[in-house]
Write a protein that binds this ligand. Sequence first.
Ligand code: ADP
Length: 181
Amino acid sequence: MQVTINNSILELVEGDITKQDTGAIVNAANSGLRGGGGVDGAIHRAGGPQIMEECRKIGGCPTGSAVITTGGNLKARYVIHTVGPVYHGGDRGEAELLASAYRSSLKLASEKGISTIAFPSLSTGAYGYPLDEAAKIALKTVCDYLKEHPDIALARFVLFSADAYRAYEAVLRSILPQLST
Ligand code: ADP
């Protein structure tokens, strides 16, 4: 599914983020940037050791922030590492931290002149964020950013399962009327 927001494209695809040919792909990292399972492990495996070398030099990243490294052997030139919140029930600022992780990633892309970016569904794996709630925050935050930043030509969500794709698609359809205003 694809929608246009001003002159930018917001796209949902089902697939593997390590295969994307966008200027940057976003990693669901941990605050120590030490690598892990899930999408983080997949990105380091596919991209090679150079990415971890740069992560070690950077040292860490607070929850809700983002840092950038090379894309190593990936098609994407850069990896933006952001840290979403661990879900503890929703009353520990998780929603704002999740929105901040998306916003920080987009800001970093803008600063670096990267115009195409691919996101996984942050925090919805090991970090336990309920998929539907996370999808609402993810899509609203990215849509709001695209409205004001035409420098980002394409923001793509790469959903790893049919369930995740359907959840994002349902949310995107529900907010379509707000996008045209
Ligand atoms: P977090 O710790 O932020 O929850 P995870 O990596 O555990 O991060 O999961 C985040 C989301 O990324 C999950 O929905 C998971 O299914 C998905 N995912 C895992 N591997 C990939 C991949 N190769 N491409 C895209 N999404 C992936």
